[in-house]
Write a protein that binds this ligand. Structure first.
Ligand code: ATP
Ligand code: MG
Length: 360
């Protein structure tokens, strides 16, 4: 992956520009952690980049990143910039620059400030390596100003502390305390991206402890009081009661609602597993403190996995009861479904017929 990424740098430099890998990839490389996305910064402008890469995707917003995909890896390429002025927590004046240094000083933390040149050398202008070795999240420049400019950085500090298991520097701690309330000015979209990374971390307990210790739960509008940690982040989101605030996909909304209705019922039996599926019931099981193996075993022993497996056809039912088709048929099937799933009736044609004759 490193060689492929350096190839991209070489390609940009062949056209007369400077280019560096920057941010998370360099941090993770130094820490020997696997990285998935690569951020690149360059003095080439987006209009230059689309000439260099025929598969380049231009950003939607002004000053956004150009994206390219190469051998399954996503590269986000941004042009060196200075952020001249912030208003209402947004950079309102941005200017492209020719200087790597100016692009680096606008970044958030020392551990994210390292870059790598075309030969694979790490350029470490702000002691990123030292702070990684000390396991500390340190602001690049005055933390109070950085967090005031963009309060999302508060959540990013906690995200990196959580995923890397680092401590927060003193200056970062006081900067968070002073600016925490500005988190309410940040879009739910941006906040959710960072929260997802905290919730998905093996070290989630530490992340939530940090969030609570600064009362960020209040500014993030999260109800973190009695949270049960789940391996799937949807389980955590389900407990936070924020469906009306944070953005979720339609599928996520359905899953969260289903998790909540199972949790409300407090028990998980064959019917819940049949109705909601193994994925959703397993998450609910974690919240309820039910052993996942129990759920897996129940699922494996379900008499049927879908309505289609019910061992009698509509024609057979009509013949058996000598009735005309109507709404009653689907009601009967629903009834059969429950009875078969809960093993009250065997999924055997004769047994089903016996049951129908007795009850309809
Ligand atoms: P990940 O491994 O999750 O991708 P990352 O550090 O690469 O972590 P990104 O969101 O991809 O994080 O951002 C890339 C780089 O851009 C960061 O390392 C940092 O240098 C800079 N950056 C990102 N967001 C901000 C911000 N809000 N303020 C200042 N610099 C930022
Ligand atoms: Mg990144």
């Amino acid at each position: 992956m490193l060689n492929d990424s350096l190839e991209i740098l070489k390609k940009i430099e062949k056209h007369g520009y400077k280019a560096y890998i920057v941010g998370g990839y360099v941090r993770d490389y130094f820490m020997k952690i696997k990285s998935y996305d690569v951020d690149i910064c360059t003095n080439a402008k987006p209009k230059d980049l689309i000439k260099i890469f025929d598969n380049a995707i231009l950003p939607k917003e002004k000053y956004g990143a150009v994206t390219i995909r190469h051998k399954g890896i996503r590269y986000e390429i941004t042009t060196f910039r200075k952020e001249l002025k912030y208003e209402n927590r947004r950079p309102v004046e941005i200017e492209y620059t020719n200087e790597l240094f100016e692009d680096i000083v606008r970044r958030d933390f020392t551990i994210n400030s390292m870059c790598m040149d075309i030969d694979g050398n790490i350029i470490d202008l702000f002691d990123g390596k030292k702070d990684i070795n000390k396991k500390i999240i340190k602001s690049l420049g005055n933390a109070k100003d950085k967090f005031y400019e963009d309060p999302l950085r508060i959540l990013r500090a906690i995200r990196f502390a959580t995923t890397l298991n680092f401590k927060l520097d003193k200056d970062v701690i006081s900067g968070i305390k002073e600016n925490a309330h500005y988190l309410k000015d940040i879009s739910y979209d941006r906040k959710k991206i960072e929260l997802n990374k905290i919730f998905a971390s093996k070290n989630v307990k530490y992340g939530i402890k940090l969030i609570k210790s600064f009362n960020l739960d209040e500014y993030l509008e999260l109800n973190l009081l009695k949270i049960k940690y789940t391996t799937d982040i949807l389980g955590i989101w389900a407990q936070l009661d924020v469906l009306d605030k944070y953005p979720f996909t339609k599928i996520e909304i359905v899953s969260i609602k289903n998790i909540l209705s199972i949790v409300e019922n407090k028990t998980i039996g064959k019917y819940e597993i049949y109705k909601y599926g193994l994925y959703t019931t397993s998450i609910a099981a974690e919240i309820l403190g039910i052993n996942k193996n129990v759920i897996v075993r129940l699922e494996r022993n379900l008499p049927i996995k879908s309505k289609k497996e019910i061992n009698i056809t509509t024609d057979e039912i009509l013949k058996l009861l000598d009735k005309k088709p109507g709404n009653w048929i689907s009601k009967l099937y629903e009834d059969l479904e429950v009875k078969i799933v809960t093993s009250k009736v065997k999924n055997n044609k004769e047994k089903i017929k016996e049951y129908i004759l007795k009850n309809y």
